[in-house]
Design a protein around this ligand. Structure first.
Ligand code: UDP
Ligand code: MG
Length: 318
C-alpha cells in the first residue's frame, strides 16, 4: 500500500484537482492508495471538501483535522504517524509536487533499493527574485555551518520506505524542521530533479517573513554554529580591547593624554554593547527552543478524523 500524506491549509480549490491528478496517475500504477489529508486548521471549506472526497472513496481516504493551525511541520508529523502503507509519500495539495513522478519514484525504490526518493526543483521559475536569493543564501549558509546536509531546492515531496518513516518518527522533538530531519536520519536517498511548477489554484500561505523565521528555525534546530560564532566574536573583542588598553595606558604614562577621546569611546561602547545584545539574542533563541522543548507539549491536537465521521453517520443518536 502507498500512503499519500497531504497537509492542507486553505486548499478547498486545489484538493479535488489534486485527487483527480493522483488517481489518474494511479491508473497506470495500480497501487492501493491511502490518502491521509491533514486539515491544518483551515479557515475555508477545506474540511468539507475532504469529507466529500472521503464519501467518494471511503476505502482510500482518511483524514485528520486539527483543532487549529499548527503549521505544516505538525501536519506532516501527524500524517506520518497515521500512515499505514509500506511506502509513504508526502505531497503538497497545490500540485507543485508533480504526481507524474510517482511511478518513477516507486520503480527506483523497489528496483534499485533506495530508502528514499526525494525531489528537487532545478529552477525557481515564477518565484520572486529576492526570495530565490535568500533561499540560495540559506542553503549555502546552513550547509557550511551545520553537520546536516540540506539539498538546495529539495522539496518536502518524497517517497520513503516504512523503515525510514519509522526512523523519522523516532525523532519526537517539538521543534520540527523536516528538511533537516529527513537528512539527519540518513538512509540512501536519491533526488529526482524537475522544473518548478506554479500552484494550480489558491495562494501560498508563506509570506517572506514567515519563510525568514522558518529558515532561522532551520539553522537553530540543526546547528550550534551561531553559539560558537558568538563566543568567538566575544573572545576576539575581549583580546582586542585588552591590547588597546595596554597601549593606551602606556601612551598616557609616556606622553600624557592630550586628546579628549569621548566620541571614539562612545562609538566603541555602542559597538561592543551591540555585539553583546546580539550574542544574548542568539543564546536567547536557543533557550527559547529549550523552553518549548521541555514543556513537552503535543505537536498537534486532533479535533476530528474519518473514524468520527463513520460514527456520526451510522449512529442516529448523534
Ligand atoms: N500548509 C499547511 N499548514 C500551514 C501552511 C501550509 O499544512 O500552516 C500546507 C499547504 O496546504 C500546502 C503545503 O503546506 O499543501 C505547502 O504550502 P504552500 O503551497 O502554501 O507553500 P509553497 O509551495 O508556496 O512553499
Ligand atoms: Mg505550494
Amino acid at each position: 500500500m502507498l500512503s499519500i500524506i497531504v497537509p492542507c491549509y486553505n486548499e478547498e480549490e486545489t484538493l479535488p484537482l489534486f485527487v483527480k491528478a493522483v488517481n489518474q496517475v494511479n491508473q497506470q500504477m495500480g497501487e492501493t492508495l491511502e490518502y491521509i489529508f491533514v486539515n491544518d486548521g483551515s479557515k475555508d471549506g477545506t474540511l468539507s471538501v475532504i469529507k466529500d472526497l472521503y464519501r467518494q472513496q471511503p476505502e482510500a481516504v482518511r483524514f485528520i483535522s486539527f483543532s487549529r493551525n499548527f503549521g505544516k511541520e505538525a501536519a506532516l508529523y501527524a500524517g506520518l504517524q497515521a500512515a499505514k502503507g509500506e511506502f509513504v509519500t508526502v505531497m503538497d495539495a497545490d500540485l507543485q509536487d508533480p504526481p507524474e513522478l510517482l511511478p518513477e519514484m516507486l520503480r527506483l525504490i523497489r528496483e534499485e533499493a533506495y530508502d528514499c526518493i526525494g525531489t528537487r526543483r532545478i529552477d525557481r521559475e515564477g518565484e520572486p527574485v529576492i526570495r530565490s536569493f535568500f533561499a540560495k543564501s540559506f542553503y549555502r549558509l546552513v550547509n557550511r555551518i551545520g553537520q546536516t546536509e540540506m539539498v538546495d531546492g529539495a522539496r518536502d515531496f518524497r517517497l520513503m520506505t516504512r523503515q525510514m518513516v519509522d526512523a523519522v518518527l523516532e525523532l519526537t522533538e517539538y521543534n520540527r524542521f523536516s528538511k533537516g530531519i529527513f537528512s539527519w536520519v540518513g538512509f540512501d536517498t536519491k533526488y529526482l530533479a524537475y522544473e518548478n511548477r506554479e500552484r494550480v489554484a489558491g495562494e501560498t500561505s508563506w509570506s517572506f517573513w514567515s519563510l525568514f523565521k522558518y529558515s532561522i528555525d532551520g539553522i537553530v534546530n540543526f546547528s550550534e554554529a551561531p553559539l560558537n560564532i558568538a563566543s568567538v566574536i566575544g573572545g576576539i573583542s575581549c583580546l582586542g580591547s585588552l591590547v588597546a588598553l595596554v597601549f593606551i595606558v602606556i601612551r598616557a604614562l609616556v606622553f600624557g593624554d592630550p586628546t579628549s577621546g569621548w566620541p571614539s569611546l562612545v562609538s566603541i561602547l555602542l559597538f561592543v554593547s551591540g555585539l553583546q545584545l546580539l550574542c544574548v539574542g542568539i543564546i536567547g533563541k536557543y533557550i527559547g527552543k529549550i523552553f518549548l522543548e521541555t514543556k513537552r507539549r503535543p505537536v498537534y491536537l486532533v479535533k476530528e478524523t474519518e473514524a468520527d465521521l463513520v460514527v456520526k453517520e451510522t449512529d442516529p443518536s448523534f
